[in-house]
Design a protein around this ligand. Structure first.
Ligand SMILES: [Zn+2]
Ligand SMILES: [Zn+2]
Ligand SMILES: [Zn+2]
Length: 258
């Protein structure tokens, strides 16, 4: 199993447009963060979690030439805005893209990309085949080409967001509360990728100190932080402040978890 961090930035990305701070002006490639997304590859099956505004660039930069499915965490724009670009895969694979989404995400996709769901669909429009993440999947998980995905419901202020577990790996982004039932589903996870945003308190995201408590409770061997703001500081400085086994994620970081 191979996981690639396609984007490790918060909703505005890093650098932020017109920002002159040290982080946004940094020449370190690890200080350039596209919007949060990962690529999960097990055997020959490739799945992307979320299609934010940088989806196209992420597919090009990482030379993703084949994509089997997309799974969505939640409907915020920084996680769905790039769906239009599934067209390239529709054309390449000559079929609709299977996507897994809960009701709220499906509603947002149908609204934001109304032209893809109308009467007059044609080859030039994005084509998706929606698989619902409902109560059954929340309890039992779901399968993509023989690979089991466990749903990890968490809260993002008042919004329910889904993290996912595949084998010993778990991905949770956009979270400020994890219920006990989800902690139970995280038992035995070896590699965790979780959002951290920044050091100061935020109404819908864990701050750094909060996420470090979560990391300790989950007890994974290694944890990578994602969905990071420019306020977190430069990659190198931030890494030096973290405990053992906790790493600052970066765009293009490959995690092998066999
Ligand atoms: Zn987000
Ligand atoms: Zn900045
Ligand atoms: Zn969000």
């Amino acid at each position: 199993m191979k996981v690639t961090l396609l984007g490790t930035g918060t909703s505005q990305g890093v650098p932020v447009i017109a920002c002159k701070c040290d982080v946004c002006q940094s020449r370190d490639p690890k200080d350039k963060r596209l919007r949060a997304s990962i690529l999960v590859q097990v055997n020959d099956v490739s799945v992307v979690v979320d299609t934010g505004p940088d989806f196209r660039m992420q597919m090009l930069k990482n030379e993703v030439n084949h994509l089997d499915a997309i799974v969505y965490t939640h409907e915020h724009k920084d996680h769905v805005a790039g769906m239009d670009d599934v067209r390239a895969f529709n054309q390449k694979h000559s079929k609709a893209m299977p996507i897994w989404a809960n009701e709220a995400v499906e509603k947002a996709l149908r609204r934001d990309f109304f032209y893809a769901f109308g009467q007059n669909t044609h080859g030039g429009l994005p084509q998706v085949d929606i698989h619902k993440l409902g109560d059954h999947e929340l309890i039992n998980g779901f399968e993509i080409q023989g690979i089991n995905w466990t749903v990890l419901p968490v809260m993002h202020a008042a919004m329910e967001v889904y993290g996912f577990r595949i084998g010993d790996f778990a991905y949770i982004t956009d979270v400020n509360f994890i219920p006990d039932e989800t902690y139970a589903k995280l038992k035995g996870v070896k590699v965790l990728v979780i959002s951290a945003l920044r050091k100061t308190h935020h109404p819908s995201h864990f701050s750094l100190d909060q996420v470090l408590d979560v990391i300790e409770r989950v007890g994974a061997e290694s944890t990578y932080l994602t969905h990071l703001s420019h306020l977190i500081g430069k990659h190198k400085d931030f890494q030096a402040q973290l405990p053992q086994g906790v790493y600052v994620g970066w765009d293009g970081c490959v995690i092998q978890n066999d």
